[in-house]
Design a protein around this ligand. Sequence first.
Ligand code: CDP
Ligand code: MG
Length: 693
Amino acid sequence: MGVHDNADSKYNVMGASSFSKLAPKRPTTVVFNENPSKIQKHEDSQQNVQTENVDKGSISLQQQRKSLPVYRLRKRLLEEIRRNSTLVIIGETGSGKTTQIPQLLLPSGIAGTSGCIGITQPRRVAAVSVARRVAQEQGVETGKLVGYCVRFEDVTSSQTRIKYLTDGMMVREAMTDEILSDYSVVILDEAHERSVQTDVLLGVVRRAQNLRKLKNLLPLKLLVMSATMDVDKFTKYFQAPAVYLEGRQHPVKIYHAVKTQEDYAFSALVTAFQIHRDNPANEDILVFLTGQEEIEAAVVSARQVAKQLDGQGYPPLKVFPLYSALPTHQQLEAFKPSPPGMRKLVLSTNVAETSVTIGGIRHVIDTGVVKARTHHPTTGLDVLRVEKVSKAQAWQRTGRAGREAAGKCYRIYTKEDFERMMEMPVPEIQRCSLAGVALQLLAIGVDITTFDFMDKPPKEAVDVAVTCLEKLGAVKGSPPQLTTLGRTMSLFPLDPRFTKVILASVEHHCLEEALTVVALLSGESVFTDPPAKRQQAYVARSRFASPEGDHVTLLNVFRAYTNMKQKKVWCHENFLHHRNLEYATEVRQQLAALAERANLEKASCGTNTEQLRKALLEGLYDNLAELQRDQTYVTVSSKQPVAIHPSSTLHSSKPPLILFTEVVATGRCYLRGLSVIESSWLNEKGLNIGKCD
Ligand code: CDP
Ligand code: MG
């Protein structure tokens, strides 16, 4: 029987009432196996004792640094780096790769005297938090010697020599500077994540290295780092050697659920409160969930339960959401250590999976799922769905519990479920829409059809991408060449179809509205949907609802929001996400600046929002669905049966032709973000239903 069986009754006393309110018929205990399946042994037990027993505040940062394996092995490591123009570095999490290697390179002379060391991260919050840590270790202000550059924030200066940036930002830099002349060393960190942008960078950086050689310029040093990765593949691709670093991971005990859990989010919360009941307050908890909506709902439940436990001898509990749509400063809130006597519960997406150290975390709860976007080249649809993680991802999550001291990881799935997981995630490049990547590569001067990817995307997907760009007017000829329009499109950090909407809006005199709607679509939903107040939320939303569809509805929301003085209060009253609207405002400003650089004519269509729908059609003409005789919908291009998502303002109307922005697969395919389209507009554009493709 599981370790938590005995505690059942005690748990019921404290927690059952609260949870039964949320979900009356479910058990209130998640049972885990008795024997942890794997105990990660410490490499160096003596040192383990040292770091674990000493109060964290009393050892200096410098002492902490010196205890890391990377530091201890620095001589040999630097020698290897010096000797090879490219080196693959494998080191367990916590060995000090991300924070220490750049700091070792700087005084070694390997980075030259003026060039920058650029370290890429797959995620914004990782780049920011690591840069801050390293600045602190160097005793400097962030943005001087050590800085970071992420979308919407460039915290670097002419003095910056160590620069953390997202992989996407580096691809953008390569678009205007193909030899990456600012850098003497480029470090591709967390290469195992294989985000599209990392995969593009693998090729782009290798190309920059060769170009510099050809032009007899200063060489570019390249380091590819990861904790878990397919070493052979990387060494072969780069024709470079690999070095291994031992880890300094503290031991983490792993518990698997004894039975498959029906509702992972609920089980994760129950587990969190079991931990809350049984452990000292200084041990913080990190839960991996899949997305903003799920996390926000869990935050509400957890806060309710915490409130009910108030005064029953439990330490106070502070709950933090963590996901990429949160503004960076709010994401960083979750990283701050909690005050003594108070416990922190962080509910996060996979943004906390790699690279980051969240102070205080000793317990990780892994639900084993992640939300991922998958592109189907045959149907041309990008579908967002919840999927099982790979073993590599599960280990990364586990590792988050042992960054600062010994920890525990509770997996909300069985040992057998774990065994059945894939070893590595499928590289994103093999499963996403490639139109954006193709455009970026062409802007760098590279043809995607011949580009040497580490894992080639399916030929079909490449063809679809090139055809899509041709149809948008961004490329022509064979091999494909960028048109003037395509060059302008490459300036925008968006899916080319959305960029097209912005560019085409000029012709329809609605640039202002197009910028607003595209900005809103770039973030997460602005509507909140509290389960307890669904009816009120519905009424509030209907005040903005437009019979023209969700895009005009979004526009109505944004227009009202901008005119409002007390924005936060107003959002609350109207069941709107203040943060997401703030985020959209920031994105809009960026897009407006790019539009100005591209000399796009400013215009507003006012109440004539039909213009906006016409502009949307220019970019998203492949995303149409048509009403059938039996009152169901099928997509125009691939005849796929689809349904209108219940959240859409068009849910109860049945327009003959609709344009959609997103497909969500939950059993069946639902369309989200809809606009009513007149079929006569298609004729105007020379498009015909059934001939779209
Ligand atoms: O990249 P890798 O996983 O090898 O390690 P790292 O990110 O360089 O971090 C090395 C160690 O520094 C971690 O295990 C933490 O003990 C510490 N660290 C920290 O305490 N706070 C941070 N923000 C970053 C690192
Ligand atoms: Mg790292």
